[in-house]
Write a protein that binds this ligand. Structure first.
Ligand code: NAD
Length: 422
């Protein structure tokens, strides 16, 4: 039974600054532009967080996450990743992220409650003028449409960029998840890698997908179409493994059902549930695709992961230290989130530009919106992956993909000329 109680209303309040615990933190010196708590002013209860990390390239664009155990730390990390994604992809946006501490499955089963909660969130977030909300885990295009309507009622249209993105196609949005845009970028990353280094081949490779949701399922479909075998897949309910290959059609059939992949009827050799769910990630494969929550690959399991490449569909599934160990002790390459999973945010940026620039809208529609987007995502990811490998060639042997990727994104963040690839 969920103990969720709808707040009477929601407001933003600045989150406390660095605490004593963080005072000597040396992992990152850039502080976010603003970090807020989202709370019910009547009860004082904290319901979530909103962070604008950086606005040097433009307003902070990033998704709204619903998770039972969401923390300010998670939202801050994700907002930083959005800054790097948007600058890496040369988009005219900075980084932001927000979220509510709530059980997404419970809210999906109670749509009226969810809609009231999202409206309250929109009222609160309207005050954060430098943040552009988009969908993330637990929210979808309908939620963004609710936010867009609240913003419009409050006069956002007259304030330049203000609005919400990732809205339904019938309301002028782009179906980011329906078109599998993020997965398209992940495919581009692997196809580019294949061209650069002939040790990596998609055809006949084995793939494990952790988090068979919007990103995970489309990645499985696209990689299967490119000749790979999907040998492992998991959602919050179950992890399935069959070295002969899982039936992707059947995975897609059950993924939206209550209990999700638990309902899979195809052949399997192993099933992991409960506290053993993450064991699936240790299955032998060439390509491991984390596509769920942060920190699924850490020192906890870095010794036992058995893939050649980690393709980061999820945001922050790993960290620099773990990647250093994986790369330099285990020969496992990590292709980082802020370079490879940018398909969704590119879709959001195109949607925003189409809404405000009729000439651009005509240009996109002339090409066909989906074709335009897939081409843009593919070329952005492959250009960046190629450039990072070019830089890696000239760097010391133990340099990580992450380090060169960070250099590239930060150069674009700091550069005076803000090039745009839209
Ligand atoms: P989603 O909610 O559609 O899917 C997430 C899936 O992960 C669900 O199937 C859920 O059951 C599963 N899951 C949750 N916890 C798990 C666990 N511990 N083990 C295994 N499975 C688990 O979300 P999504 O939109 O596919 O996003 C997934 C990840 O990709 C997130 O990190 C998100 O930030 C990132 N991402 C998404 C997009 C996008 O376009 N949707 C773009 C960039 C990055």
């Amino acid at each position: 039974m969920s103990t969720f109680k709808l707040p009477s209303r929601l407001v933003l309040e600045p989150a406390p600054g660095r605490t004593t615990n963080e005072r000597f933190s040396c992992t990152d010196d850039r502080l976010p532009d603003s970090a807020c708590r989202i709370l019910d002013p009547d009860s004082g209860r904290i319901h979530g967080f909103a962070v604008v990390d950086n606005t040097r390239r433009g307003p902070g664009l990033g998704g709204i996450r619903l998770a039972r155990d969401l923390t300010l730390g998670e939202v801050k990390r994700l907002a930083r990743v959005m800054t790097l994604k948007n600058s890496g992809a040369n988009l005219p946006y900075g980084g932001g992220k927000s979220g509510l501490i709530a059980d997404p499955s419970f809210l999906d089963q109670n749509p009226e409650l969810k809609s009231d909660l999202i409206s309250m969130l929109a009222e609160a977030m309207f005050e954060l003028a430098s943040y552009v909300p988009a969908p993330d885990m637990g929210t979808d295009e309908r939620d963004l449409q609710i936010i867009h309507e609240v913003y419009s009622r409050r006069g956002a249209g007259s304030q330049g960029f203000r609005g919400a993105t990732g809205r339904p196609a019938e309301d002028g949005g782009i179906p980011i998840d329906g078109w599998g845009l993020t997965a398209h970028g992940l495919l581009a990353a692997l196809e580019t890698l294949e061209k650069i280094d002939d040790r990596f081949k998609i055809k006949n490779s084995r793939v494990v997908v952790q988090g068979y949701g919007n990103v995970g399922s489309f990645t499985a479909i696209k990689l299967q179409q490119a000749g790979a075998l999907i040998v492992g897949a998991s959602d919050i309910h179950a992890g399935l493994w069959n070295p002969q290959g899982l039936n992707v059609d059947e995975l897609n059939r059950v993924r939206h059902s209550p209990q999700g992949l638990q309902n899979y009827t195809g052949e399997i050799q192993k099933k992991f549930t409960g506290k053993n769910l993450d064991w699936l990630m240790e299955a032998p494969c060439e390509f491991l695709v984390p596509a769920a929550r942060p920190d699924s690959i850490t020192s906890r399991n870095a010794d036992r992961i058995q893939c050649k490449v980690i393709l980061q569909g999820a945001n922050t599934p790993s960290n620099k230290m773990t990647e250093y160990y994986l790369n330099n002790r285990r020969g496992i390459l990590s292709l980082n989130d802020f370079i490879v999973n940018v398909g969704g945010v590119i879709g959001c940026a195109v949607e925003m530009k189409m809404a405000s620039d009729p000439e651009y809208r005509d240009k996109v529609r002339k090409t066909g919106t989906r074709t335009y987007l897939e081409d843009l995502i593919y070329s952005t990811v492959s250009r960046n992956v190629e450039e990072i490998f070019r830089r890696l060639k000239d760097s010391p042997e133990d340099t990580l993909f992450r380090e060169q990727a960070l250099g590239l994104a930060e150069e674009r963040l700091d550069s005076k000329q803000k090039e745009s690839w839209l």
